[in-house]
Design a protein around this ligand. Structure first.
Ligand SMILES: [Zn+2]
Length: 113
């Protein structure tokens, strides 16, 4: 499952931060997830709970922050919000829209003790 490796990489980021920033517990993890990143949020939360066991993020709450998708139209050059791959450009109706935003996932903030 794709979400399992994502959850594992989030834990790796947190464990690394725990060493460099010297904290012992994480209470809340704010995770920005792009709408176009193809991440199943429920599955990610489930996997996070599983892989955070026996780490500094054990019992941490995962707060997923939704980041809207953005697309750049190759025909008119406009940048517009997109909700799905292959959405037409709302300005000119072209389908030559490249998804340019909301495709990544990143740890935004940690509430630590
Ligand atoms: Zn366009």
């Amino acid at each position: 499952m794709h979400e399992l490796s994502l959850a594992e990489s989030v834990i790796q980021i947190i464990e690394h931060a725990a060493i460099t920033q010297k904290f012992e517990r994480v209470r809340v993890v704010w995770l920005e997830v792009g709408r176009m990143a193809g991440v199943e949020k429920d599955a990610l939360t489930f996997c996070f709970d599983a892989v955070s066991r026996n780490t500094v993020a054990q019992d941490a709450r995962l707060e997923i922050v939704d980041v809207p998708g953005l697309g750049t139209c190759s025909d008119c050059g406009g940048v517009h919000p997109v909700n799905a791959l292959f959405d037409a450009c709302p300005a000119c109706g072209s389908y030559a829209v490249q998804v340019t935003g909301g495709t990544v996932m990143r740890v935004k903030e940690l509430d630590v003790i």
